[in-house]
Design a binder for this molecule. Structure first.
Ligand SMILES: [Zn+2]
Length: 157
């Protein structure tokens, strides 16, 4: 067997590690390794070194990654628990305010009509108008807070 063949075998071994081999090259290398003890020995050594390299440094980051994932997941659960409560609080409050703002002109006209037809004092109309506007929001906030108190109670917190 000449040196060129061993050289080729070694080059193919290096390539197989880095980028893989074409089927013909792989077959040739496998046959050479079967016939050539020194190249087979070198291939085995390379495999052992690669195996050692792969098993040692990968294990540490894998554990680290798992722990980090767990921590991130716990943090995300915590955050979403808080966010869920305040999201609904804000959503309901905002919705009731938006409804209040858009219905305000109609409501004001309604109160003006009541005042004109029943001779109610202006202060009572204004108070009524303000209450109409703020009460739904306050009720909504109260409902959400009540809901949260109930769910906290059933969880035994
Ligand atoms: Zn060889």
């Amino acid at each position: 067997m000449n040196d060129n063949l061993h050289e080729r075998a070694q080059q193919l071994m290096a390539e197989s590690v880095v980028e893989g081999l074409r089927p013909a090259e792989e077959t040739w290398l496998r046959e050479h390794l079967r016939e050539c003890p020194s190249c087979a020995q070198e291939a085995a050594t390379t495999q052992n070194v690669l195996h050692a390299l792969r098993s040692v440094p990968v294990n540490i980051p894998r554990d680290l990654a798992a722990r980090t994932q767990l921590r991130v997941r716990l943090r995300a659960q915590e955050a979403s628990k808080i966010a869920n409560g305040s999201f609904w609080l804000w959503a309901v409050t905002a919705a009731s305010w938006v409804v209040g703002v858009f219905s305000a002109p109609l409501v004001w006209r309604g109160f003006a009509w009541l005042g004109a037809n029943f001779g109610l004092p202006k202060l009572a109309l204004e108070m009524g108008f303000v209450l109409w506007w703020t009460v739904p929001a306050l009720v909504a906030v109260g409902a959400v807070l009540h809901q949260r108190a109930l769910s906290a109670g059933t969880k035994g917190i």
